[in-house]
Design a protein around this ligand. Structure first.
Ligand SMILES: [Zn+2]
Ligand SMILES: [Zn+2]
Length: 389
């Protein structure tokens, strides 16, 4: 029997079991255990990918959860904790002679055993595997082969961001320059793009798009996610959904309006004022450092106009905490009344929301459910914002 499940497949870890940093810029309370608790109890997300699992101390923390009987490994891959299934992933920075610049990719493996084997191999290719998103010294294709040898899933990450991505910075024009296209299982869109933007690039048409939070804190889990139709949340079923096996598929992507992403517009790096796509100088301050926005970059690369058959809808959303006037107190009240964030965003009817929160907040939750929130564009590393009306 098929069912639908919400999934966020790109979440970082801030600290390991010994309180040592994993992703240095991430929150200190972002441990694997806290992520599992937050996803299961507050967010209501059924499948998560944590992409710093190559770190041996993270594996140790997971093994302790298994030993204590708080979690268990699934036969089809993944670790179940309460209501959520964890897929073990690793974000890696590739930079071989074909890359001409660093590219982030996401690798997911079925279980702890495979992730340990992957870590053993990575040690020979990386300076420090205990930290997040480290540079890997080897060819991109060799990494793809290793992931496939271990029955893993390979997905280029946030492919349009100006830094550390496949199409960013304007140095690459095609994924074939770097990767074996047959060994790519999906494409992660990233916060500043959506399906219709990405579909302007023909070579992406055959891949499933995934939309993930890239969360550096507990609150940001579920900032972007997808709804997947599958039999149960597991590694095998997620893989099936990416490959469209027997009806499994992503049925809906949920993400921030690309205008909310911090690299949507082309702007001056110094004063952040908007500049035209091909300017070499900022008219406002004269600086020559221009950060090309994702929208202009896609315009440049685009070789297709129109809609691609069979793509799931992309619905604009933000996490509840982004809604104007929705402070921590209201957030807690909502959770106490309705359980999880996913339930509040997708299911609780207006009449029930207004029993708990003021009318204007209940209205913005409904507007968000329908993808109708108004947005102010971001650019140059500055996030966009949700308008108050
Ligand atoms: Zn990244
Ligand atoms: Zn990341």
């Amino acid at each position: 029997m098929m069912n639908s499940f919400f999934a966020d497949m790109h979440i970082h870890i801030g600290r390991d079991i010994f309180d040592k940093p994993v992703k240095i810029t991430a929150s200190k309370n972002l441990t694997i255990t806290n992520i599992l608790i937050e996803a299961s109890r507050n967010k209501g997300i059924k499948l998560i990918g944590v992409i710093d699992c190559q770190s041996p101390n993270v594996q140790l923390e997971l093994k302790q959860l298994l030993e204590k009987g708080l979690a268990y490994e699934l036969e089809d891959g993944g670790i179940r904790f309460e209501e959520v299934t964890l897929l073990l992933g690793s974000e890696i920075e590739v930079y071989d002679e074909n890359c001409k610049g660093p590219i982030h990719v996401l690798c997911y493996l079925p279980n702890i055993k495979e992730m340990e084997q992957f870590s053993e191999w990575l040690v020979t290719k990386m300076k420090n595997i205990t930290l997040s998103s480290q540079r890997y010294y080897g060819s991109a294709k060799e990494l793809q082969y290793k992931v496939k040898e271990l029955s893993g899933i390979f997905i280029p990450a946030h492919v349009f961001t100006p830094y550390k991505s496949l199409y960013g910075k304007g140095v690459r024009h095609s994924l074939e320059e770097v990767f074996d296209p047959d060994l790519i299982d999906g494409i992660e869109l990233g916060l500043s793009s959506d399906t219709s933007m990405a579909d302007q690039i023909k070579e992406l048409h055959s891949y499933t798009f995934v939309t993930n939070s890239d969360a550096h804190s507990l609150a940001k889990i579920g900032r972007e996610y997808q709804e997947i139709l599958m039999e149960e949340p597991s590694f095998k079923e997620f893989n099936y959904a990416l490959q469209l096996v027997k009806g499994r598929r992503v049925v809906q992507n949920f993400g921030m309006n690309p205008k909310l992403g911090k690299y949507h517009n082309t702007v001056c790096d110094k004063c952040l004022s908007a500049v035209k796509p091909n300017s070499i100088k900022c008219e406002n301050c004269g600086s020559k450092k221009i950060v090309k926005g994702v929208a202009d970059r896609i315009d440049e690369l685009g070789n297709f106009k129109g809609k691609v058959e069979g793509r799931p809808p992309y619905l604009y959303q933000v996490p509840l905490e982004y809604l104007p006037k929705l402070g921590p107190k209201t957030y807690t009240k909502l959770l106490e009344s309705f359980g999880t964030e996913m339930n509040i965003i997708h299911h609780v009817p207006y009449e029930k929301l207004v029993d708990v929160v003021p009318e204007n907040i209940a209205k913005s939750i409904i507007l968000m459910r329908e993808g109708k929130l108004l947005i102010q564009a971001g650019g140059g590393g500055k996030y966009g914002s949700v308008s108050e009306t």
